[in-house]
Design a protein around this ligand. Structure first.
Ligand code: ZN
Length: 201
């Protein structure tokens, strides 16, 4: 059953990137990118925002990324790209990556219990929020498919919307409850983004 799984994965990847490109176009339509005022806060660890063409310096991955590694000790806070995994061609096995600083085994940069956050991204995020306030920009948060099972993104949206007096637009087909005064679109992400994009055009 490998083939159907692979086809599903390819379909998921294609759909995901297509929807994200629409989100990006949506931001461009609103001149957000020109003002440098669009930022992505995501719990996805798959790097699809980068692949869809979003500015990598404007992406906050609150649960980390499978495309980066970190020291398992850890001996330092650095992360590095995971694109150079060595393969033992005789055993046909990937060699475990190691930390170049201390030699300990490396692990994916995915948030686990007891981990801290990515300090560089967190700093950029707080700087962006500060600039937003300083320039008195109006904030719109478009939250897509953030569920209640692991509510990191949902909680962040609500806190930031309240703190910066922003408008929260929650897109979710099932868990669409929202604080008073905010907007909810009870549709799947791709469908909602498609319809909003059509209205904007
Ligand atoms: Zn190390």
């Amino acid at each position: 059953m490998v083939a159907p799984v692979r086809r599903w994965h390819q379909l998921y990847q294609t759909q995901m990137r297509f929807s994200l490109r629409r989100v990006q176009a949506w931001g461009l339509t609103l001149d957000c990118q020109i003002l440098g005022a669009m930022i992505v806060f995501t719990s996805n660890v798959d790097g699809h925002f980068q692949k869809a063409g979003f500015n990598k310096d404007k992406i906050i991955e609150c649960h980390g990324s499978i495309h980066y590694l970190q020291c398992s000790t850890p001996c330092r806070d650095d992360i590095w790209e995971a694109d150079q995994i060595e393969v033992d061609m005789q055993a046909f096995e990937a060699k475990a990556p190691h930390c170049q600083a201390c030699g300990a085994i490396a692990r994916p940069n995915i948030l686990m219990f007891g981990d801290g956050t990515n300090e560089k991204q967190t700093e950029k995020y707080h700087h962006w929020l500060h600039k937003l306030q300083e320039n008195r920009f109006k904030l719109a948060i478009v939250e897509i498919g953030a569920g209640q099972a692991v509510p990191t993104v949902r909680i962040e949206s609500e806190i930031i919307a309240e703190k910066y007096k922003g408008t929260l637009i929650r897109i979710n087909p099932r868990e669409y409850e929202i604080p008073d005064g905010q907007l909810s679109i009870p549709l799947g992400g791709a469908e909602a983004v498609k319809r909003v994009f059509e209205l904007l055009n």
